[in-house]
Design a protein around this ligand. Structure first.
Ligand code: UT7
Length: 325
């Protein structure tokens, strides 16, 4: 692999379904309260896909906005990687559907499946293809419709998740033209022994059904902060930097308490943390690119900033990426 190419973000985009579901909307449906949801998770509302809105349609919307932000056309893209655990169909990959929706048939497209860490797995994979010279410009998308795999009678899970999509355009450029920008370090981890703590109880090869999300929330919570901080500290060591060097910390948005505890343990100032869980809920693979696009569009993330991304979720899978904007 050549180290002469670096992967630089050219643009970001995101899409949320129109329908907003507030905590209060759950009251009377399951035994819960706005107060419980806010206190335990930090979530106030989430977006829920309506009829005709699917993972691929949301992904297409996010991709088009990222292309606009980059000043590029679909024809400029030769790789699409879509991170999702809720594809439109068991196969083909929803990435191929997005490719078709964008009106292109050159290059190649595939899905990556690592649940809430999916976007970081997809970004790392795209980075490898670009640095290897196998593609020039990639669309990396995280898109989910978790509302379609929730058990709407299970209060321990149905209040936590939302739908949405986020995307980035990543371009491979010669290091000498990159001005120090691009993906600097990526660390991915997984440990399948935790499968039963967060999984979907169906699938093509087992039940022949789609199934519903099941989570032992307290068990996931117990592992989350340790796994997140370990992999971030590995990133810091690899880049020879510390928490004060970070301009923006953009974590997976599962629970405000996990985000706050991770930032505190790492010594990252809470004012540098991008938080969208209050408005988006947990959108799994879409959560990081949604938060990233929010912070880019509102002017927080600026050229030259050092940005730290982090995720942890089903598998377990977890990881962190450090990049210069
Ligand atoms: O993105 C993938 C990674 N996923 C995560 O990071 C999620 C990690 N886990 C969490 O965020 C938290 O564990 C939850 C938000 C899921 C739960 O918070 P918790 O503080 O761990 O609560 P708990 O599971 O210990 O439940 C406390 C109580 C229980 O009642 P008892 O057993 O004490 O009587 C639950 O049955 O809260 C009850 N409860 C609810 N009450 C009102 C659970 N869900 C609800 C609800 N409304 N929606």
């Amino acid at each position: 692999m050549s180290d002469k190419i670096v992967s630089v973000v050219r643009g970001t985009g995101s899409v949320l379904p129109e329908r907003v579901m507030r905590n209060q909307d759950f009251v009377g449906v399951v035994e819960t309260s706005d107060e419980w949801i806010r206190q335990r998770t930090g979530i106030a509302e989430r977006h829920i896909a309506g009829e005709g809105e699917t993972t691929a349609s949301l992904a297409e919307g996010a991709a088009r906005r990222a292309l606009d932000a980059a000043g590029l056309e679909p024809a400029d893209i030769d790789l699409i990687i879509l991170a999702t655990a809720t594809p439109d169909n068991t196969f083909p990959a929803s990435a191929v559907d997005v490719q078709n929706r964008l009106g292109i048939s050159h290059g190649f497209a595939f899905d990556v499946h690592a649940v809430c860490s999916g976007f970081l797995y997809a970004l790392t994979t795209a980075d490898m293809y670009l640095r290897a010279g196998q593609a020039r410009r990639a669309l990396v998308i995280g898109a989910e419709t978790f509302s379609r795999i929730l058990d709407w009678e299970d209060r321990t899970t149905c209040v936590l998740f939302g739908d949405g999509a986020g995307a980035v355009v990543l371009e491979g450029v010669p290091a000498e033209e990159s001005a120090g920008k691009g993906i600097l370090v990526a660390k991915l981890r997984s440990d399948g022994s935790h499968k039963e703590k967060l999984f979907v109880d169906g699938g093509p090869s087992t039940t022949g059904t789609v199934g519903h999300l099941r989570m032992q929330g307290r068990e996931v919570f117990k592992h989350a902060v340790g796994m997140i901080t370990d992999v971030i500290e590995a990133c810091f060591a690899a880049a020879k930097i510390g928490p004060d060097d970070i301009d923006w910390f953009i974590p997976h948005q599962a629970n405000r308490r996990i985000i706050d505890a991770s930032a505190k343990k790492l010594g990252i100032d809470i004012d540098k943390v991008v938080i969208t869980v209050d408005r988006h809920g947990n959108t799994s693979a879409a959560s990081i690119p949604l938060a990233l696009d929010t912070a880019v569009r509102d002017g927080r993330v600026k050229p030259g900033d050092l940005v730290l991304l982090e995720a942890m979720g089903g598998g377990f899978t977890w990881g962190a990426i450090l990049l210069r904007w």
